[in-house]
Design a protein around this ligand. Sequence first.
Ligand SMILES: [Zn+2]
Length: 502
Amino acid sequence: MRNPLRTVLLIFIVTVSQIVAEAQEEAELLKHFHSITAEEVFGYAQTLSEPQFDGRLAGSPGYTRSAEWLASHLREWNIKPGYGESYFKHFPQDYTVVKSKGSLSAKLYDKKGNHIDKNYTFPEHYFPGSNSANGTIEGELVYVGYGITASEHDYDDYKAIDVQDKIVLIEPGHPKPEGAKEWNDWARYAGSSEKMTNALNHGAKGVLYISKLASPGIKYNEGLIYCHIDRNVVKEFFFARNLDYSAVADELKKKNKSQSLSLKHKISITAETEYHPKGSYANVIGVIEGSDPELKNEVIMVGAHLDGQGNLGELFPGALDNASGVADIMAAARALSMLPAPKRTIAFFFIGAEEKGLLGAREYAKDPLFPKEKTICYINLDMVGNGTGLYFGGGPSFPDIFRHFEESNASYIHRPLKTRYLNRSYKGRPRTDGMALSQEGFRALSVHCTDRVKKLYYHHPADTPDTLVPEIMEDVSKWLYLGLYSLANAETIDLNEVIEEK
Ligand SMILES: [Zn+2]
């Protein structure tokens, strides 16, 4: 018979050493947790926003420099390259160098034929086109509403108007149908690239696009010069002809009926650009390999797009969009690399060409580094650096993933945390890398901030580090660090999706 006292003693020793080991583990976890500072995270975003990277336009040398800078950090932290010896997977990508802000001027004619001269300025009145052809054009201005020709919907903004050698004024968006399915039917006409091509096909030589922001996703068209214009200038164009722009735009929206008309003004656009058909960009992946012989094949991915809007004669630093997301992940990755390897693999995915139409994410989905069925989830960060609260997109859909982030926040971060089910009923085209991957069958979740405290400048040269909140970036980074490590070490993860009851 065994000595019962010995058994009790043995259990006691085992329990004590377990408690000691757990305490040591927590001390180790917290040591590196505290090594993440606002200064570190903000510093990465600041560097990425510098002129040396020229706005990180996918395809351009500035983007490549930013990818190399990022990879050098991953290497320094002993985070493994995703692609053999390399962190990069390259893809061809054309791009346009915009050499100056160009110019936009007008002769505004009234009904009697008298005119006044107008010179417009960047960034108040117009933004140069990211992929405009080079040169100067002059032509009569014609308003063509959405600029859509869709025969199967019996809709054509060009039907009753001649735009040959003219400059067309185009609205964003498309006629508004009722259901989500019809939205998707219209989506292929609604893109600005499709509208530019349609204008060119109708003989227009230039476009004024009514959405004043940088838009590198518009495809280059030889012979088409364009820029983006402020709505207040458009109002002026109509007012000069005794027309009410808001009334015309309202009519277009409410009746889903073409409102095209010639405005008679003479517009002059100059674009100073240089088209480069043979650029390239890379998706960047770094990996912390799991330690468990079985579970290491399961991968948790966290990612952010690295590319930005480039330089349109003035730098677009892209600090919030998306140096912030990259920076949040970098600091978390550095701290995670100091810990003993978790059971599962963690991959850091820095995506290229998001601004060109989610191209990097789509390329990844075509040829994933890790099999889809072994990818636990992909967590996307886009514009995560302004606010006071935390948000986890898709939490209730995957409660067994979300709980790791919920518990980490409750124990160590203490920020207000919001969450929502995954949105499965898309309207139109996907707008984020996460949505692009979700459409391809990945479990794509997202991290955001809530309760914005600084002014947002979207695709604007004022998207500088001044608009970032370093303290929330520190906490997002710490939250990722804890949540990812906890998830990667879970004994089991229930991946059944909980569908929202409506
Ligand atoms: Zn973005």
